[in-house]
Structures are given as structure tokens and as C-alpha cells.
Design a protein around this ligand. Structure first.
Ligand SMILES: [Zn+2]
Length: 276
């Protein structure tokens, strides 16, 4: 996770977790501390993100839904989800670890973490539905409400779903599913790179997706709304790719109600930017 995320911009200057920053900026002495089979809980995991210069701490729990019990550390989705909390909490708002504190931004924090696990699991140009936590829960539907899917039948979550959601993981499902649409659209348009973990300069859609998702973290405001986070992704595409993916990205968000004229009232909107 460190090495892959570094290539996509989570560097010393971007407030990453390293024991030594090798003279490359940022604050050091903050390697991630990992506790496996941690006794402080069950059926979950967590990641505490203090400011740059203090270690992040990940605690992975045993899951008790099966007999014998299962170890969350054995499921890549869960590990990636937790580590991504460290990335999003550090990159948003300049390394303070305090800029995903509102319910809406904290919900997106859960969403980015699921979206990262989704991105890791995709292995070809055919974007598959993604289900979190199938192993730990030992059930086909995993631990979320719906698979992440481009099918509105399989996953009906839309921007307007937020009117009724108050729990951060539930809110995160709406955001992760929007990101799944963006991902699938970029892969459909620009293809898939099998070297995604090592070649962040590749031109394929899955790499472009991770580029704009990571870049956006650093330019969005502290405690962003869905609208601000969407705008940051579109701006990130402008900054890095001269906006060549603007319409692809905007259409994907609009397909789930986060169109150009969506407001903070969580009413679906399908408006596209001019020229799209
Ligand atoms: Zn989480």
C-alpha cells in the first residue's frame, strides 16, 4: 500500500507515513503501526490517523460470524480499506488528519476506502461488480447493502439516497458506487493497465481513475461535500490531463444524481457541463 500509493502521489511532501523521510520533506517518524487479531474489538477494524509526524495505527479484528472465526487481516478488502483511511485523512486538508470530520465527508472517507479495494480487485478491462467482505462474513453479499455495480438494478444507490442516510458506512456506499461508475466509464473509454500498481504514468483508464482520485484528495477543501469532492476530481483531470476526461467523469457522476446542478439538498440532478 505504501509503495503503490507513493507512486500515485502519497509522498513525503504529501504527508505520508514513513519512519524516515530521506530528506524529501514532510514530517517523519510516523510509520504505520499494525495490530493484527487486536483484542479491542470484533467484526470490524479501524485506522487512527493523527497529524503528519505521528504514527497511524491500524487495528484488525477477529470476525465472529463463522465457526471457526475468521481473521480480517486475511481479507485484502479490509486491509486496503483501513490503509486508505490513512491516505484520505492525510491528503485531505494538508496532513492534519482532521479534515474528514463531518458526517458527509466522513462518509466519503468510508467510500474512498471501499473504492480503493474495488480498484485493487479489478483485474481486466471488463469491470466487475465488487463486493466487500465476502470472506469475513462468509456470505455472498458481503458486509455492505449492495455490490458496487454499474447496474442500477444491482445497486440502486443515488445522490438522493443521502436524504435518508446518517451512518458513515451507509453514506460511503453511495460515494463508492459513484466512484465505481467513474472507474468503469474511464476503463470503457481508455482501457485497462495490468501494471497499475507500478506504472502510475500509464494512459489506461484504471490508472487515470486512480490519478484523479488521489490528486483530488489534495485539492479538495477540508471536510468536503459530495459536490466539492466531485468538483475536485474534475479539477484534478483538468490539472493532470487537460480535462480530456471531463465529460466521461461528469456523465458518470450525473448517472447517479450528482449532476452539475445538484445542490446540498441531496436531490438528484442529471445536468452535464456544456459541451458534454
Ligand atoms: Zn472504514
Amino acid at each position: 500500500m505504501h509503495d503503490f500509493a507513493y507512486r500515485y502521489g502519497f509522498t513525503e511532501k504529501a504527508f505520508n507515513f514513513q519512519q524516515s523521510n530521506l530528506g524529501k520533506g514532510g514530517k517523519e517518524g510516523d510509520r504505520v503501526l499494525m495490530s493484527v487479531q487486536d483484542a479491542s474489538g470484533v467484526n470490524n477494524a479501524n485506522f487512527a490517523t493523527p497529524p503528519d509526524g505521528q504514527s497511524g495505527q491500524c487495528r484488525m479484528f477477529i470476525w465472529t460470524l463463522t465457526n471457526p472465526r475468521r481473521d480480517g487481516t486475511m481479507e485484502n478488502d479490509i486491509v486496503i480499506h483501513e490503509m486508505t483511511h490513512g491516505i484520505t485523512n492525510r491528503m485531505t486538508g494538508g496532513g492534519t488528519g482532521r479534515c474528514l470530520q463531518t458526517t458527509e465527508s466522513g462518509g466519503m472517507g468510508e467510500g474512498w476506502s471501499d473504492a480503493m479495494a474495488d480498484w485493487m480487485a479489478q483485474s481486466s478491462g471488463t469491470t466487475k461488480d465488487f463486493i466487500v467482505g465476502q470472506y469475513v462474513a462468509n456470505r455472498a453479499k458481503g458486509i455492505r447493502s449492495f455490490p458496487y455495480s454499474t447496474s442500477a438494478t444491482t445497486n440502486p444507490l443515488r445522490y438522493s439516497s443521502l436524504q435518508k442516510l446518517t451512518e458513515v458506512h451507509d453514506i460511503g456506499e453511495v460515494w463508492a458506487n459513484m466512484l465505481h461508475q467513474v472507474y468503469a466509464a474511464l476503463v470503457a473509454a481508455r482501457g485497462f493497465s495490468s501494471n497499475k500498481l507500478t506504472d502510475a504514468g500509464a494512459k489506461e483508464g484504471n490508472v487515470v481513475f486512480m490519478r484523479v482520485m488521489m490528486d483530488a484528495l489534495a485539492i479538495q477543501p477540508c471536510n468536503p461535500t459530495f459536490i466539492q469532492a466531485r468538483d475536485a476530481i474534475i479539477q484534478a483531470d483538468q490539472n493532470r490531463f487537460n480535462g480530456v476526461n471531463k465529460c466521461i467523469i461528469a456523465k458518470a457522476f450525473a448517472s447517479r444524481g450528482l449532476g452539475l446542478k445538484a445542490t446540498a439538498k441531496f436531490v438528484d440532478d442529471a445536468t452535464l457541463p456544456a459541451g458534454c
